[in-house]
Design a binder for this molecule. Sequence first.
Ligand code: 5RP
Length: 225
Amino acid sequence: MELKKAVGIKAADYIESGMIVGLGTGSTAYYFVEEIGRRMKEEGLDIVAVTTSIRTKEQAEGLGIPLKSVDEVASIDVTVDGADEISDDFQGIKGGGAAHLYEKIVANHSKKVIWIVDDSKMVEKLGQFPLPIEVVKYGSQQVFNRFETKGYKPTFRKHDDGSLYLTDEENYIIDLHLGQIENPAALAIELDGMTGVVEHGLFIDCVNTVLIGSVDGVTVKEANR
Ligand code: 5RP
């Protein structure tokens, strides 16, 4: 938790008054949102935010952060979000918190995207973390079967009581247990083309800057895009 807190607070250095800021989702983004709330209250930071989930919206509202919907802003200056895995070439898996649909919409509308992670999320190649796929309920078993046929080892995401997990859009999540993804860009195109798939958790050529928390402090890596 301390590493996540350290990168969350550090990421707030990138935020200045007048900006429109995308607020990510998850236990690392949580600390960023808390720090934004603190700076607004104690330092007079003046921003408007766009949120990526109901959870983050509720947190931001509780902190008194002014919000707009993604459709109300011409563009977002900076979005700060967590990630589940980041490869050496700056591709990412997101959606461990099932918010990757809104997160991708917000990221695609942002001039700059910053991911904040602890060093356990940095990998050579993506795929150890199960790849989240948001699917519409109707025909979801058919989509599941197609994944199985392809050897993608799908599982429906469930709560502890066995009920199916629902996203903010009331869709299901299927997690693919791929082990290693040799060509994430090609897989993203394949998944984009599958009927019934709403959005997958591969974020290709998306991030600009990564803040990595480790016991030695926070390291900044630039994707140079
Ligand atoms: C939610 C996400 C999160 O950013 C990702 O799961 C990382 O979460 P955490 O910071 O809690 O490890 O993509 O959909």
